[in-house]
Design a protein around this ligand. Sequence first.
Ligand SMILES: O=C(CO)[C@H](O)[C@H](O)COP(=O)(O)O
Ligand SMILES: [Fe+2]
Length: 222
Amino acid sequence: MGIQIAPSILSADFANLERDILTVGGADWLHVDVMDGHFVPNMTFGLPVVERICEVSPLPVDAHLMIDDPDRWAPRYAEAGAASVTFHLEAAHDPRAIAADLRSLGARASCAIKPGTPVEDVLPLIDRLDMVLVMTVEPGFGGQSFMADMMPKLRTLRAAAEAAGRDLRLQTDGGIARATVGTVVEAGCDVVVAGSAIYGAEDRAAEIAMLRELGERVHHHA
Ligand SMILES: O=C(CO)[C@H](O)[C@H](O)COP(=O)(O)O
Ligand SMILES: [Fe+2]
């Protein structure tokens, strides 16, 4: 299996979302950041907008929910059409129940941890999850610097998934660009989110291809 690229529309032009969604069609997922102004100090959009994004996107939608009360809201994003739904462990009351709800709605279940959250907190859940997101910035904003000190979390998760015989995807989000994609893939990441690196590029399709190539080079040797 190769690596997957997930452009984050946080760095798109929100007045021209459909146009900007269509410029990243060569990727694998469309990464959609939902922020509620409570769990993170920033707001984006909610269910009605994500529902329309799912209708116009040629790529499967990877919803990253930076919101309080995912127990209540995460299943709604699966119903809205997201193929993968990531909730934050720090906000979840019953993460196992959320994961089960998402899967029963036909979505992939994914759990994210913030930089300050130990990887040990998510390890007991990996048999219920399709993906774990290791944040490589504090969630809330695009364009921040990559935190290389999160790489041990990826190594621990990759080893635990292998030991359990689990086909677990590992995603990283925040500060990923040409200079850092090899670092995350080498540590075990196979789903790479990039916002400013892709949307800030003059040729977005070429940037996606470049990130994929740089990641694959490391992936095959890892
Ligand atoms: O979840 C996020 C921020 O909380 C975004 O997905 C992330 O910001 C991507 O942007 P960049 O690649 O510019 O760091
Ligand atoms: Fe994100």
